[in-house]
Design a protein around this ligand. Structure first.
Ligand code: ADP
Ligand code: MG
Length: 343
C-alpha cells in the first residue's frame, strides 16, 4: 500500500471503477467491449457475440431481510442481471449464482432464496449453470453472473446516440423508490411497536416494483417486431438522471429531458405526495425501476408513437449544448445525478 490514502467516498462508485480499471487494455481480439457498458461483449463467431454481466447484492446495502422475503431476493438477483443483457438488446441464456452465507440462515431459508431464483430462470428462460458457495461472518451476499447472446449487428451500446435522436423510456418510473419508502416506514413502525401489523394497503403496485422488479425482456421482443434498433440503450438501475448522464457521456452528446413527459404512475405520485416528496424527483433519482432508457432515430418515431410501453421524454442535442432538465415553464436546469451512493 502506498502512504497516500484517498477516501473512496470522495470518488463515488463510478469514479472508483474508472480509477481501478484505467490501466487495463483489452488484449484478446475477441474482447470487443470491456468495462463501461451494461455488459461486456465477446465475439464468438463471425456474426454472434456473447454478452456477460454481473451484479452483487449485499445484505444491509441492497436489501433488508426484515421486509425482503428471500424468495423475492432470489428473483430480484436474477432479474437485475437479465436487465443488463436486455440493455444490450440481447437475450439472456445462462446464470451462475455465488453466495456468501452465515450459519444464521437455515437450509429452508436458502431453499426459499433458490425458489425465487428458479422462478426467475423459468420466467426469463435462463439456465442456472454453476456458482460458488462460501461462508460469511454476518450477512448474506449474493452475486449473479449472466451470459447472453445477440447477433453482432443487433447489439446496442450506450455510446450510439446522435444529435436529434429521441430519448425514450419504458414503463413508468419512481415506483420502486416509493415502494422502498413505504417498506422503510412500516419497518420503523414495527420496530417501535412489534404488535402493530404493517399497513401496506393500497401500495401493492409500488411494493411489488421494489420487491419483485422485472427485466424488460418483453421490450426487446417489441423492438424487434417494430423493426426498431435503438441507437443507444442502458437500463435504469440507479435512477433516470444517473442513466441519462451515462448514456450522454458515452455517446458524447447533450440532451433535453422534459419533466412533464416523464411517465409516473398515479399510485407513485400519490404516495410521493403523502411523503412530502416531489414525484418527479423520485422518478429522476429513485433507483431500481429496471426500465430501459434508449434513443431512436427520428425516422423510427412513427413505429413507437402511441406505444403503451414507451414514452418519448426528450431529445439528444450537441455535446456542447449540455444536459438539461426542462420544467413546465420551459426553464432548463443542468441535470445532476443523485443515484445511489454506496460509499
Ligand atoms: P450496471 O449498473 O449496468 O450493472 P455498473 O454501474 O455496476 O453497471 O458498472 C459499470 C461498468 O463498470 C460495467 O461495465 C461493469 O462491468 C464495470 N465494473 C463495475 N465494477 C467493476 C470492478 N470492480 N472491476 C472492473 N469493472 C467493473
Ligand atoms: Mg445496467
Amino acid at each position: 500500500m502506498s502512504e497516500k490514502t484517498t477516501d473512496i467516498s470522495d470518488l463515488g462508485e463510478f469514479g472508483l471503477i474508472d480509477q481501478l480499471t484505467k490501466n487495463f487494455e483489452l488484449k484478446n481480439e475477441n474482447s470487443l467491449v470491456g468495462v463501461g457498458d451494461d455488459a461486456a461483449v465477446i465475439q464468438v463467431s463471425e456474426d454472434t457475440v456473447q454478452l456477460i454481466s454481473t451484479d452483487m447484492l449485499v445484505e444491509g446495502i441492497h436489501f433488508n431481510l426484515m421486509y425482503m422475503p428471500l424468495k423475492h431476493l432470489g428473483y430480484k438477483a436474477v432479474a437485475v442481471n437479465v436487465s443488463d443483457i436486455c440493455a444490450m438488446n440481447g437475450i439472456a441464456q445462462q446464470i451462475t449464482v455465488s453466495l456468501a452465507v452465515s450459519s444464521r440462515f437455515p437450509l429452508e431459508a436458502l431453499e426459499e432464496l433458490y425458489e425465487g431464483i428458479h422462478l426467475a430462470c423459468t420466467n426469463y428462460g435462463v439456465d442456472l449453470v454453476g456458482g460458488d458457495t462460501t461462508s460469511s461472518t454476518s450477512g448474506l451476499v449474493i452475486n449473479v453472473t449472466v451470459l447472453g447472446t445477440a447477433k453482432k449487428e443487433d447489439v446496442v451500446y450506450r455510446s450510439g446516440a446522435k444529435e436529434y435522436d429521441l430519448l425514450v423510456v419504458t414503463g413508468d418510473l419512481g415506483a420502486a423508490y416509493m415502494g422502498l419508502q413505504v417498506l422503510e416506514r412500516e419497518k420503523e413502525v414495527f420496530k417501535a411497536n412489534p404488535s402493530i401489523q404493517p399497513d401496506l394497503d393500497g401500495h401493492d403496485y409500488i411494493i411489488e416494483r421494489q420487491l419483485k422488479p422485472e427485466a424488460r425482456k418483453d421490450i426487446i421482443g417489441y423492438l424487434k417486431e417494430l423493426e426498431v434498433k435503438p441507437t443507444a440503450m442502458i437500463d435504469i438501475s440507479d435512477g433516470l438522471a444517473s442513466e441519462i448522464l451515462h448514456l450522454c457521456k458515452a455517446s458524447k452528446v447533450g440532451c433535453h429531458v422534459y419533466d412533464e413527459k416523464v411517465p409516473i404512475d398515479a399510485k407513485t405520485s400519490m404516495t410521493a405526495i403523502d411523503f412530502n416528496l416531489d414525484p418527479n424527483t423520485c422518478a429522476l433519482n429513485g433507483g431500481e425501476d429496471y426500465e430501459l432508457l434508449f434513443t431512436i432515430d427520428q425516422k423510427d418515431f412513427d413505429k413507437i408513437k402511441g406505444n403503451p410501453h414507451m414514452t418519448v421524454i426528450g431529445h439528444i442535442t450537441n455535446e456542447n449544448d449540455g444536459i438539461y432538465y426542462v420544467d413546465k415553464n420551459g426553464s432548463a436546469i443542468t441535470l445532476k445525478a443523485q443515484g445511489w451512493k454506496h460509499f
